[in-house]
Design a protein around this ligand. Structure first.
Ligand SMILES: [Cu+2]
Length: 169
């Protein structure tokens, strides 16, 4: 066997090993990822992944957390429509009545381009406003006071149906 042949054989061997490696890792990797998403990350922050699309719904409408728990919320807009027609954000606010939440949503959704009121005293945290395919991740600690904290999307026309609550207890 000359040097060239030996080189070719070793390349082929390496390639088939690499392919075998890919095949082996595929299925278990996705299972592991799914299992890990519910557990705290290495830095102790619990990841909460929320998606929204052109049907104007949050994939998660109820989140439970311990007082002060470190959270990492990611909102991904999986929609296809132009951002001017269909964008989403995730705005967490202090506990308030439905009427007050309605008033907050009306006010916020009237203020382009971010659709947030100038008075942010009732806003705890919020993501950016996201067009289709965009995502944003925010890290924060859950409020230390037990209660139900509403979250909404403040894009015009969305808050009445795009809402949920963070329940701290
Ligand atoms: Cu929305």
């Amino acid at each position: 066997m000359n040097t060239c042949t030996r080189f070719l054989l070793s390349v082929l061997a390496a390639a088939s090993l690499a392919l075998a490696g890919c095949g082996r890792s595929d299925a278990p990797a996705s299972t592991t990822a799914a299992a890990e998403s519910a557990a705290p990350a290495a830095d102790g922050k619990r990841a909460i992944d929320i998606t929204a699309d052109d049907t104007m719904k949050f994939s998660v409408t109820e989140i439970r957390a311990k007082p002060g728990e470190a959270l990492r919320v990611t909102l991904k807009n999986k929609g296809q429509m132009p951002k001017q027609a269909m964008a989403h954000n995730w705005v967490l606010v202090k506990p308030m009545s439905d009427a007050d939440l309605n008033a907050f949503g009306m006010k916020a959704s009237s203020i382009a381009p971010e659709y947030l009121p100038s008075d942010r005293s009732s806003v705890i945290v919020h993501t950016k406003l996201l067009g289709g395919g965009e995502s944003d991740t925010i890290e924060f600690n859950a409020p230390t006071t037990a209660g139900e904290y509403p979250f909404i999307c403040t894009f015009p026309g969305h808050f009445a149906i795009m809402k949920g609550k963070l329940i701290v207890n």
